[in-house]
Design a protein around this ligand. Structure first.
Ligand SMILES: [Zn+2]
Length: 591
């Protein structure tokens, strides 16, 4: 079933998001917008409201936990209901009827092609050519019932090709958009998946949006696993394999196991763990984590104990930092190298697997252990490097209580005032190292505050966009966005800030702007001007030393590969390389 997107647009412009949210969360009017303590993090114990609702754009945003969206998103997260239910609920509240099958929207073609392909693949698995794939599943202990539940299938090597079956029914452009076919040099389409066990990927509504395919027999030059490419309907960073299926069993699962592969999800299901999910065709992303957290607060990350698994787990940690809350429990299970969840549960059973979950490493243990391992804690230099490593990580934690707890713990570990270090009050580099490296750089937090200051000033006094101080910011600077913001205010001095907020694409900048929007600071015009001058001064100074800028980008993990090479060149050209330079150079070349 599908709902036309035109109906969704009409629905969202008819309902009042303020009304919808206000029935669930106490909103407070403040200027042209509404604020509240965020319902999605911190148990409502926030000191200042970080949750803002914008009537004119029909959206909400939390500047602490970054929850954001429209009325449908709000209901899905707050009421824990799915898309369809949210739409029904909203429509009912304004007396609109949800059209079940109006005209199909564009997307349905790609979905209908993928759905049709699922049926064909399923039939082929049952046919004589599917025998090897069936044997493979049997060897893994996968029953026919489980294969049916996940709609497993088989793609033919040739005769008939999927393309030959589908091309009479669909137009070529739609087939191309489905992600199921490639095009050769002669412009002919060919099946992307051939001779593979097929895993249909369903979105949260149960629609078929993509496939994963596994080779059954090893073939030279062919990847064991292949996934559909990104299409209009398949945005990899958002999708989780198995989430739809897990929710068929339990709508709001108590916990979810995040595993690496399709077969892990299916193997665990077969042996009784029916709440496993996997990212598909991509490394684990923050968007996926946010999605998981809207269905459960308890996540087990289960990765292989090998290096790739460790890397993937650490990535999960980095993604989780901004989303950490007291009520979110994230734990890690590391299997022995060579083991995967699928083989583990097949050999040792459900109870042994659940025991692993009981003994899982907590987020804080894993996080702190990894930090400690960065250097030798018995030396001052080692401890300061460990602290330095931890700064950008802890800086990502927005939950105030947890942030405080980590600051205190890392302070103990490194035997220094980590809070001051984090806020840029003391310098990161210990005295003896500092002598070799006299270059002073403006700490990230000071730069951040300066950008925040500029936003705050412009929001309160748009006319200050005309000030000539802005010309101090170079046109090739990484602060080019400040010119964009300035130009916006020059052109639209009376526009409400939420309009600009909606236009900012870069998420970090958007969040900073949002922070300025909810800022309680009220400035006199004279002070605003002074503040603007100071902030621009700091920013233009910080730009002067290219090397420091690049290092900072590196530390913030925002460096591009071209900038990495530039930084390497700068270091390599030095007559004398400090120890810090050498470490940095090694790190730059390692990734
Ligand atoms: Zn929040």
């Amino acid at each position: 079933m599908s709902i036309p997107s035109s109906f969704i647009d009409r629905l969202l412009s008819t309902v009042s998001i303020v009304d919808i949210i206000n029935r669930r969360v106490q909103l407070e009017r403040s200027g042209g917008r509404y604020k509240a303590k965020c319902p999605f993090h911190g148990d409502g114990n926030e000191k200042t409201p970080s949750f803002v609702v914008y009537e004119e754009t029909g959206s909400y945003h939390c500047f602490a936990c970054k929850a954001s969206g429209n009325a449908i998103n709000f209901l899905r997260e707050y009421d824990g209901i799915d898309f369809m239910e949210s739409v029904e609920l909203l429509a009912a509240s304004v007396g609109m009827e949800v059209p079940k099958q109006e005209k199909p929207v564009d997307l349905t073609d790609a979905i209908s092609i993928n759905t049709k392909a699922t049926e064909i693949f399923k039939d082929q698995l049952k046919g004589p050519q599917g025998k090897n794939a069936v044997d493979y599943l049997k060897a893994r202990g996968i029953s026919g019932e489980t294969a049916k539940f996940f709609e497993l299938g088989f793609s033919m090597e040739k005769n008939p090709s999927l393309h030959s079956i589908l091309s009479p029914q669909y137009n070529q452009n739609d087939l191309e958009d489905s992600g199921l076919f490639g095009t050769n040099d002669n412009g002919e389409m060919y099946d992307r998946f051939r001779d593979r066990l097929m895993f249909p990927i369903r979105n949260i509504k149960g629609e078929h949006i993509a496939f994963g395919g596994r080779l059954i027999a090893d073939k030279d030059n062919q990847a064991k696993y292949l996934n559909s490419p990104e299409t209009k309907t398949y945005k990899k960073k958002y999708e989780l394999y198995g989430l739809y299926e897990a929710r068929l069993i339990e709508k709001r699962p108590k916990s979810l196991f995040l595993v690496e592969g399709y077969m892990d999800v299916i193997g665990l299901h077969q042996y009784g763990i029916k709440n496993a999910i996997a990212s598909s065709g991509t490394a684990f992303t923050p968007e996926q984590l946010r999605k998981i957290l809207s269905y459960t607060n308890d996540i087990f990350v289960v990765f292989d104990g090998d290096e790739a698994g460790q890397k993937a787990s650490w990535r999960a940690v980095e993604n989780a930092l901004p989303l950490l809350r007291e009520d979110v429990r994230m734990s890690f299970i590391f299997l022995k190298p060579g083991d995967d969840p699928d083989s583990f549960i097949k050999n040792k059973g459900k109870d042994a697997f659940l025991k692993l979950a009981d003994e899982a490493i907590t987020f804080s243990e894993y996080f702190l252990d990894t930090i400690k391992k960065q250097d030798d804690l018995s030396s001052i230099e080692g401890r300061s490097r460990v602290a330095q490593f931890a700064v950008p990580l802890v800086d990502k934690i927005v939950n105030p209580t947890l942030r405080e707890a980590y600051i205190s713990e890392i302070g103990h570990i490194c035997d220094l005032d980590f809070g001051k270090l984090l806020n840029g009050v003391i310098n990161i580099v210990p005295e003896n190292v500092k002598q070799e490296e006299p270059a002073k750089k403006v700490p990230v937090s000071v730069i951040r505050k300066s950008v925040l200051g500029i936003f705050t000033v412009l929001i309160q006094y748009p006319k200050l966009a005309g000030e000539s101080f802005f010309n101090l910011i170079a046109k090739d600077s990484r602060f080019l966005f400040l010119h964009d913001v300035r130009n916006f205010y020059k052109d639209n001095p009376t526009a409400p800030p939420s309009i600009l907020f909606e236009q900012i694409e870069n998420e970090k900048i958007k969040n900073l702007f949002g922070e300025a929007l909810v800022s309680e600071i009220k400035l006199s015009e004279e002070n605003a001007k002074k503040m603007l001058n100071d902030c621009i001064d700091i920013i233009s100074k910080s730009e002067k030393d290219r090397q420091e800028t690049l290092k900072e980008k590196y530390n913030m993990q925002e460096i591009t590969s071209a900038e990495k090479r530039e930084l390497q060149q700068i270091i390599l050209k030095k007559d004398v390389m400090s120890e810090e330079d050498q470490i940095l150079l090694k790190n730059l070349s390692s990734k």
